[in-house]
Design a protein around this ligand. Structure first.
Ligand SMILES: NC(=O)c1ccc[n+]([C@@H]2O[C@H](COP(=O)([O-])OP(=O)(O)OC[C@H]3O[C@@H](n4cnc5c(N)ncnc54)[C@H](OP(=O)(O)O)[C@@H]3O)[C@@H](O)[C@H]2O)c1
Length: 288
């Protein structure tokens, strides 16, 4: 077991031990996750700082940019430090308008896995999430063919572990009936708590839950209760939101995004904030 000074300690996905405080690389690409970053050197610096601070879980996808984020990760971090897990996802492409069209037929999925391997400079991908639904959220539809294709690629030795993303509870169950998953990556934060039951069920089974948009994503979390608790603690709302997630369940892994080294450091410090039972009760009402 590796020790870490990062808040939350570590969690093990399959045989991959990661820091519960991770980093989400999506918004390193240009506006609306399209094209290159305005500050390329700054983007590379954030990635290097994340690893220097001890983060061992970076979330990405070839759809970010497209390709931009994976190229930045490779340039900043390859050859990867021992124990660093670059977690990618497949199942969507990008169109010229910045849309996220589904690409989940077997041929597209195989192509995306090979492209991720090439672009990240890896022989095996540690963890691949099958991204389901659409930009508006999960959609109840069968996943057997797509998840079965990834399970095949796993048997071929190209992927160590699988997860699902933007998934309904029914799709999580359907995928698990085909093969083991080590994580579910869905939208969840203080104000968006649709997955509360799922999180507890996954925790009981030792499966990680990785909330995307932990800080609200493109529209920062805003709530008077959040501001009140933050004000009382002399902390930022972002810090309180991250600390609350770490406390919510031991299987929750954080992947907050930022383009700023200062925000990265602030978020790490903030996630370690101590919340009292009264703070948590007040915060729980936001999403209730
Ligand atoms: N599976 C999926 O379908 C899916 C969908 C969306 C996202 N994701 C993953 O989830 C990760 C996290 O999502 P996200 O980055 O979009 O949203 P997020 O982590 O909820 O929020 C990121 C936003 O918060 C701002 N921020 C971060 N720290 C801050 C601070 N200390 N003070 C003020 N502002 C701060 C960032 O701006 P600055 O850059 O200015 O700090 C950025 O605009 C992504 O990187 C991606 O890997 C997955």
């Amino acid at each position: 077991m590796t020790s870490t000074s990062l808040p939350g300690g570590t969690w093990t996905m399959g045989d991959l031990e990661v820091t519960r405080f991770g980093y989400g690389a999506m918004q390193l690409a240009g506006p609306r996750v399209m094209g290159p970053p305005a500050d390329r050197a700054g983007a590379l610096a954030v990635l290097r700082e994340a690893v220097d601070l001890g983060i061992t879980h970076i979330d990405t996808s070839d759809a970010y940019g497209p390709y931009v984020t994976n190229e930045l990760i490779r340039e900043a971090l390859h050859p990867y430090r021992q124990g660093l897990r670059v977690v990618t996802k497949v199942g969507a492409n990008r169109d010229a308008q910045g849309g996220w069209p589904a690409a989940r037929d077997p041929e597209s999925l195989r192509k995306q896995v090979h492209e991720n391997l090439g672009r990240l400079g890896l022989d095996v991908l540690d963890l691949v999430n099958l991204r389901l639904g659409n930009a508006e959220g999960p959609v109840e539809e069968p996943v057997a063919e797509a998840f079965g294709t990834l399970a095949e690629l796993q048997r071929e030795g190209l992927i160590r572990h699988l997860g699902v993303s933007n998934a309904t509870a029914g799709q999580v169950a359907e995928a698990r009936a085909i093969g083991p998953i080590v994580c579910v990556q869905n939208m969840y934060n203080l104000a968006h708590r649709y997955d509360d039951t799922l999180i507890d069920e996954l925790a009981a089974d030792g499966i990680a839950y990785v909330p995307f948009f932990p800080l609200g994503g493109f529209s920062p979390l805003q709530s008077s209760a959040l501001s009140a608790v933050a004000g009382r603690l002399g902390a930022t709302p972002m810090s309180v939101a991250l600390a609350w997630l770490l406390r919510r369940s031991p299987n929750i892994l954080l992947i907050p995004g930022t383009k700023s080294v200062a925000h990265l450091r602030e978020n790490i410090a903030g996630a370690g904030l101590e919340l009292s039972a009264a703070d948590v009760t007040e915060l729980d009402r936001i999403g209730g």
